[in-house]
Design a protein. Structure first.
Length: 293
């Protein structure tokens, strides 16, 4: 039952990383805050991989073309998803954006069906439908909704779609690299992806927004914390996925949503409306049905 412990540990680590990244938004902007996750997380990811590699001396990774395409797609999807999520958290609220991010699982399931031929059962389709209803209610504008809130809703849904791409990309990358040692393959793929993300996004910001890099450097303490929490969360998620089916892990991982709601209320003085709470509960239930289906 170690995978349950790892999944439960991953949820608050991910919420902590998101909270620290959101705190950097004012000075570094969404792209600078996104870079923090990869730049400062890479040393921790490499350290984790070094331990895993030492425990798997017989692993024989084969970085084929399929691996490079898959890990590159996953890396790009994760960059876009993280930036969109941070914008959504600032405009629509920390908890609401986290609920919307849960769209990644149903969207990933649909993408897996269309692109990779993964089959979905009746229960899974019911979960997709319930999640869709919950997300529509969450993102539906109220009478007094501000333009910023509408943009936040759109960014939250975009984040879920991009995370769906990343989820499928990393899954295929792990299968292509070393299918006999899933934990080794997963942690190796994370290191390669974070290196690509750091180089690509760092170069982009150096040319277009050098002030964002300066802001990230000034906030190195918070940035280092976000990097650590991000690397630790990824290690827990991928280790859990190596020990149990993805659906079961993702179902337990829904506990991230109420943790985010509590964090949003305590750290950012945010309160969910009754409509948002009910829609969030429907979304979380739909994710569980999809995962277990």
């Amino acid at each position: 039952m170690l995978w349950i412990v790892l999944t439960i540990a991953a949820a608050p680590l991910q919420v902590a990383r998101n909270a620290l990244q959101r705190g950097l938004m004012a000075e570094a902007g969404p792209w600078g805050a996104t870079l923090v996750r990869f730049l400062f997380g890479l040393p921790f990811a490499l350290a984790i991989f070094a331990v895993v590699a030492a425990l798997h001396p017989l692993a024989d990774p084969t970085p084929t073309a399929r691996f490079w395409v898959s890990v590159s797609a996953g890396a790009l999807g994760q960059v876009l998803a993280t930036a969109a999520l941070l914008v959504a958290m600032r405009r629509s609220g920390f908890a609401v954006a986290t609920f919307m991010q849960q769209a990644s699982l149903p969207l990933a399931a649909i993408m897996g069906l269309v692109v990779f031929g993964d089959q979905l059962g009746t229960q899974a389709w019911a979960g997709v439908a319930l999640t869709t209803v919950g997300l529509v209610i969450l993102s539906w504008p109220g009478r007094a909704a501000a333009r910023g809130a509408l943009i936040g809703s759109a960014m939250g849904l975009a984040s879920g779609a991009a995370f769906a791409v990343a989820l499928n990309g990393y899954r295929q990358a792990g299968l292509a690299l070393e299918p006999n040692y899933p934990i080794y393959a997963a942690t190796a793929a994370v290191c390669v992806a974070q290196a690509l993300q750091t180089l690509g996004l760092g170069a982009y910001l150096a040319v277009t927004r050098p002030q964002s890099l300066v802001a990230v450097a000034r906030a190195w303490r918070s940035s280092l914390g976000a990097g650590f929490f991000g690397a630790a969360a990824s290690a827990c998620w991928f280790s859990a996925l190596a020990l149990a089916p993805a659906g079961m892990v993702r179902a337990v991982g829904v506990i991230e949503a109420p943790i985010a709601a509590a964090a949003g209320r305590r750290l950012f003085q945010e309160r969910l409306t009754l409509r948002q709470a009910l829609a969030g509960a429907a979304t979380a239930t739909g994710v569980i049905l999809t995962a277990l289906g």
